[in-house]
Design a protein around this ligand. Structure first.
Ligand SMILES: [Cu+2]
Length: 407
């Protein structure tokens, strides 16, 4: 217990530190903005008057006299730094667009979990466990585990596919708005070992699947200075928390991990720092998701704290290589889903098996085209994960992305 508490303290200190740095840079940025205003506009307009006024008139590439593919690297430079590493990777790095500019992106993420690990509530470490160690079905009384076993069944692996659609709009030069919606596809394979305390007589595999629209996020990103962005988001509970699956001929409430949304209005807050130039840059982003309360099924999905840090090298042909480190703390589920009748059916139906720390390392590649399109690929692998209770082990995730920026 003491351990968990100290970890939470550590996180809140990191959080506080970010807040203070952001605050002090906001103050200096406001002062800077005043001096800029006196000079009559932003830096870009002062440096290349003719080019930039041209560009401002023709925000829509299709209608530019130069044609869609005719932007020079120089014209891109100011815009591209702000947008380096924002859509190509498996996380949204908060950034800014100039007033009136649009961006759209589509990302496909695939995450795979396989095998079981078990950790304590103190999150001190994990041990690998097999499905045979934790589950055994009593053939005489279906739905009840054999004595000395916790669960009837166990999950083998899970695949989550996420289709993410995002649109962004520069409301002003300092404020951008983002709208994001996802379509989820979850597949899980499970196993049931039938027998008694001493032996397994027979094993049977089964599958379950859910799919649909997930939660919808609206975010406001405010530029505090050239390096700092502060954002506030609202996640609307558009994703279902009443997905059902068929198991052994019965239609039952799907387990927590197979549901599509949190079921609650969630508040998101994020601070992003970016440094470097358009050929070599780095940054760090902290984000926190707070669930506003219990959902209609009587549980809170758990708050989430996440830190991302990255470096990126862009070559002259606009091909980029990046690496990213992600740390997150996913809080445990509080309460339990009132529609889950039998939590001992499988570890996934039991709310005590939730909450984890995880660190992922990623490598990404992307290519920007002068037409405003970008393509990206990123592969992530956990380097550490500590879970509460019995959970599946995350093996890898990859993201394919496309984005288009209308300038
Ligand atoms: Cu954007």
């Amino acid at each position: 217990m003491a351990n968990l508490k100290s970890e939470k303290n550590l996180l809140s200190h990191v959080f506080l530190m970010f807040g203070l740095i952001a605050y002090s840079s906001t103050v200096s940025a406001i002062e800077m903005d005043h001096s800029k205003m006196d000079m009559g506009g932003d830096k870009k307009e002062n440096t290349g008057k003719e080019q930039s006024s041209n560009r401002h008139k023709s925000k829509w590439p299709a209608s530019t006299s130069k044609g869609v593919d005719a932007w020079s690297d120089e014209e891109f430079a100011g815009e591209s730094l702000a947008n380096e590493l924002n859509t190509e990777i498996g996380v949204v790095i908060h950034h800014q667009h100039k007033s009136g500019n649009w961006m759209v992106s589509y990302k496909y993420m695939n995450m795979y979990m396989d095998g079981l690990i078990r950790g304590s509530a103190e999150r001190e470490g994990n041990e690998k466990v097999s499905s045979e160690e934790i589950s055994r079905a009593d053939m005489a009384t279906p739905g009840v585990p054999v004595a000395n076993f916790d669960y009837v069944m166990a999950p083998l692996n899970m695949n989550m596919k996420m289709h993410m659609l995002m649109a962004m709009y520069g409301y002003s030069n300092n404020t951008s708005l983002m709208f994001m919606t996802n379509y989820l596809q979850n597949d899980m394979n499970m196993i049931m070992h039938m027998g008694n305390t001493n032996m397994i007589m027979n094993s049977r595999e089964s599958q379950m699947a859910t799919s649909g629209i997930s939660d919808t996020v609206v975010t406001m990103m405010v530029k505090a200075s050239d390096a700092w962005i502060i954002s506030f988001g609202l996640s609307l509970p558009t994703g279902s928390i009443d997905e059902q699956v068929v198991m052994a001929g019965n239609t039952i409430q799907a387990p927590y991990k197979m549901q599509l949304g949190s079921g609650t209005l969630d508040f998101q807050q994020s601070v992003t720092y970016k440094g470097g130039d358009s050929s070599f840059n780095w940054g760090m982003q902290e984000s926190f998701t707070y669930r506003s309360g219990a959902n209609t099924n009587g549980y809170v999905l758990g708050n989430r704290f996440e830190i991302n840090a990255w470096v990126r090298k862009t070559f002259s042909n606009q091909f980029s290589v990046s690496t990213r480190l992600k740390l997150f703390d996913q809080g445990a589920i509080e309460g339990r889903d009132s529609k889950i009748m039998n939590p001992s059916m499988s570890p996934t139906f039991d709310a005590t098996n939730s909450g984890r720390h995880q660190s992922d390392i990623s490598i990404g590649f992307s290519k920007r085209f002068n037409s405003g399109h970008r393509l990206g690929f990123e592969y992530s692998k956990p380097i550490a994960q500590v879970v509460q209770g019995v959970q599946m082990e995350t093996k890898y995730a990859y993201t394919l992305s496309w984005s288009y920026m209308m300038m």
